[in-house]
Design a binder for this molecule. Structure first.
Ligand SMILES: C[S@@+](CC[C@H](N)C(=O)[O-])C[C@H]1O[C@@H](n2cnc3c(N)ncnc32)[C@H](O)[C@@H]1O
Length: 311
């Protein structure tokens, strides 16, 4: 299947990065290379390091960036390792980074990756297919009702978590839950019909929760962002695109903390924390996609872009 992914808020991201032609940039989630292609095209003596944990994305990005491979290094790794990988390569300081969180359209559209409630396939959801972690199939067939319910609440904010978890445990007593469509059917049968019809992708939240759990998407995101901010040169920019409230909250909190001078509790009369802001917010409110983009690319409707600049 062809790898297709339309980069979200491309112009806004490129403007946000404020690219210098001799700068060092990091695309933490290269995907199909859409954002990276524009970054690389603006570099002369600069360099772009591009990470992705998905081998299919790395292969596609290598094609997309073919003409720029003299100034681009593509690395198949979890972006959480980017600070140490870069340091091992002798890169201590960077001029900008982009994190475009979540999954690519390719991962969703390719049924065999097991992410999608639209295309049938074996439940898997690992972004890195070589990683020895629990798959979505193992989770739905082995986790207790309580564990499933907690996961659906915590990572999906799913209001029908309890009945969904109950019905998963009941269904697997007769037959192993093997495919994305089997799971979708159980989820849809666990909620009122009017919710199924009004939601548009009734099982979206359950699939999101499983995906976040399988890939540990929220684990250590705050520490990673802080490490990346620390690596920025003065005036360097950090851009982060999020697609749901759980990840956006983490980004917002890190950016707020790092852009605040004193973080003492309000009742303390003089500052004892000595905390100094290391960045400034380029936009107080997150940037959202234009109406035109939202019409063309439904994935962009829930996207939020936050940008900071190193002081
Ligand atoms: C939204 S897509 C990025 C699309 C890309 N900006 C483009 O223009 O094509 C997100 C990508 O991030 C990758 N990804 C998600 N979490 C990751 C992680 N922890 N480490 C490395 N890559 C990750 C996914 O495999 C996916 O390819």
């Amino acid at each position: 299947m062809e790898f297709k992914h339309t980069p979200v808020m491309l112009e806004e991201v490129i403007e946000g990065l404020n690219i210098k032609e001799d700068g060092i940039y990091v695309d933490c989630t290269v995907g199909g290379g859409g954002h990276s292609l524009q970054i690389a095209g603006r570099l002369k003596s600069g360099h772009l390091f591009a990470f992705d944990r998905d081998a299919d994305a790395v292969a596609k990005a290598s094609q997309t960036l073919e003409k720029h491979l003299d100034k681009v290094t593509i690395i198949k790794d979890n972006y959480k390792n980017a600070p140490s990988v870069l340091q091992q390569m002798g890169i201590d300081k960077i001029d900008g980074f982009l994190v475009d969180l979540g999954v690519s359209s390719f991962q969703i559209d390719e049924g065999s990756r097991g992410f999608s409630f639209v295309h049938d396939g074996q439940l898997d959801m690992r972004m890195d297919k070589t990683e020895d972690v629990v798959t979505a199939k193992e989770i739905v067939n082995t986790f207790s009702q309580q564990q499933l319910m907690q996961m659906f609440y915590e990572f999906g904010e799913e209001e029908f978590a309890k009945s969904i978890a109950q019905n998963i445990v009941k269904a697997r007593q007769t037959q192993e839950i093997f495919t994305t469509f089997q799971l979708k059917e159980i989820v849809e049968n666990s909620m009122p019909k009017k919710v199924v019809f009004s939601r548009g992708g009734a099982s979206k939240k359950v699939f999101q929760a499983l995906r976040i759990f399988v890939n540990g998407e929220l684990t250590g995101l705050d520490t990673f962002l802080q490490e990346m901010l620390e690596m920025l040169n003065s005036n360097g920019r950090g851009c982060v695109l999020t697609f749901h409230s759980l990840e956006d909250r983490i980004v917002k909190n890190v950016f707020k903390l790092e852009s605040t001078n004193c973080i003492c509790p309000p009742k303390i009369p003089i500052c004892i924390c000595k905390h100094k802001a290391s960045v400034k917010l380029i936009c107080r409110k997150p940037i959202t996609a234009s109406e035109a983009e939202q019409k063309q690319n439904s994935r962009s409707t829930c996207a939020k872009l936050r940008i900071v600049e190193k002081i």
